[in-house]
Design a protein around this ligand. Structure first.
Ligand code: S3P
Length: 424
């Protein structure tokens, strides 16, 4: 499926971005082991989160769906699934669910699509093995025989919320305490949700964060906030397109996730945050973005990378319009995402006329450079597809993106939303 887009005259109005993907995954996973029925209001209805729900249903969770709401009734004991746990394109499904499966006396095989099957799973298999689970495979398919886990202190070599969450979720049913530390802090949705559901989260400078085995997740209700990673496409689009003013209500602004707001501000963008409230431990705000008066080059390094890892593709588009050379370094993690995001963005932006130098761990982008529309390949990666669509909004001529169907994994209504706010 292809998507065609051309230059926008302005971006205006108000748009509630789709609900947060990371939080929806966690709400479903937590609900599957909670001490009573839970309600998830306004979940993200996109393929990745549907993969999590479908896997959990195979393991015994009962879901009752009505408009904009999922009610979860946990099973008293998980059953070994008939057939594979199909995680589709979703790394979060596979990595977090593996922690729950490994902690229960069942056997399961976890599979993924072609992209997920290329992604590293040794990063979760290794700590789960140290805890006592049998895990075969360092890439999907993963074969897991779980149960009888012992707590560990695990120093993760990568800053990854998926690794941290996998180990903490396994630790809830392990003997003793389970701790995880990481090179720099990754998003803390799991810790916040644990606390909000009555589970004490231990913290220490040396060992990172931890949980005590036997801690129980209390029943909860959540209304999932909007996803800052999806809002990021509109934040960058409205910053770049002239005469734009856009309101984005109800967006999650968790500080371990909000690096994109800091970069936009450093580059000279205009984003206001108002009316902050909290939802199950998560800060939520209304954002207002206007066309940036002028934009200068920015630098992103190791400490900031985990706080904006999913926004780097669209920040690369921003960099093409900033004065000077922007650099994104110490971001080799980008090569292990749904596609090699360094290669995919460099190829797409170069085809549009941008000057991009790549490194093993990042890229340098020269700006400002006029972009021109052309036919582009998004490598089956939703964030590359949508970032290139934003580039198309400021390019001369028509941009045509092949493989567009991948946006269904996180933002099925991207095109409808674009048409509602962009005056083309
Ligand atoms: C996610 C964590 C990040 C992010 C992914 C979702 C999560 O991955 O890229 O889209 O929900 O925990 P890593 O934690 O592996 O960097």
């Amino acid at each position: 499926m292809e998507f065609r887009i051309s230059r926008a005259a302005r971006i205006e109005g108000s748009l509630r971005p789709p609900s947060d993907k990371s939080i929806t995954h966690r709400a479903y996973l937590f609900g599957s082991i909670a001490s009573g029925p839970c309600v998830v209001r306004q979940p993200l209805e996109a393929e990745d989160c549907e993969s999590t729900l479908a896997c959990l249903a195979r393991l015994g969770l009962t879901c009752e769906r009505s408009a904009g709401e999922v009610r979860l009734i946990p099973a008293t004991a998980w059953r070994a699934p008939e057939g594979d746990l199909e995680c589709g394109n979703s790394g979060t499904t596979m990595r977090l669910l593996a922690g729950l499966v490994a902690a229960r006396p069942i056997q399961a095989v976890m599979t993924g699509d072609a992209s997920l099957s290329r992604r590293p799973m040794g990063r979760i298999a290794e700590p789960l093995r140290q805890m006592g689970a049998l895990v075969v495979g360092d890439q999907p398919p993963l074969w897991i025989r779980g149960g009888g886990l012992k707590g560990i202190r695990y120093a993760s070599p990568v800053a990854s919320a998926q690794v941290k969450s996998c180990v903490l979720l396994a630790g809830l049913d392990a003997e003793g305490e389970t701790w995880v530390s990481e090179p720099s802090p990754s998003r803390d949705h799991t810790e916040r949700m644990l606390r909000a559901c009555g589970v004490p989260v231990l913290a220490s400078a040396a060992d990172g964060v931890g949980v005590r085995g036997g801690s129980k997740i209390g029943a909860f209700e959540i209304r999932v906030p909007g996803d800052l990673s999806s809002a990021a496409f509109w934040l960058v689009a409205a910053s770049l397109v002239p005469n734009s003013v856009l309101t984005l209500p109800e967006v999650g602004v968790n500080p371990t996730r909000s690096g994109v707001l800091d970069v936009l501000s450093r580059a000279g963008g205009s984003v206001e945050e108002a009316e902050i409230r909290a939802e199950l431990g998560e800060p939520v705000a209304n954002l207002k973005v206007r066309t940036a008066p002028s934009l200068s080059a920015f630098h992103i390094g190791a400490d900031e990378v985990p706080r904006l890892i999913d926004e780097i593709p669209v920040l690369a588009v921003l960099a093409t319009q900033c004065e000077g050379t922007s650099e994104i370094r110490e971001a080799a993690e980008l090569r292990t995402k749904e596609s090699d995001r360094i290669a995919a963005m460099a190829a797409g932006l170069r085809a549009m006329g941008a000057e991009v130098e790549t490194f093993e761990d990042g890229m340098a982008i020269q700006g400002p450079v006029p972009l021109r529309g052309t036919r582009l390949d998004c490598k089956g990666d939703h964030r590359i597809a949508m970032a290139l669509a934003v580039a198309g909004l400021v390019a001369d001529g028509e941009t045509c993106i092949d493989g567009w169907e991948c946006v269904r994994t996180s933002y099925p209504d991207f095109e409808r939303d674009l048409r509602s706010i962009a005056v083309l």
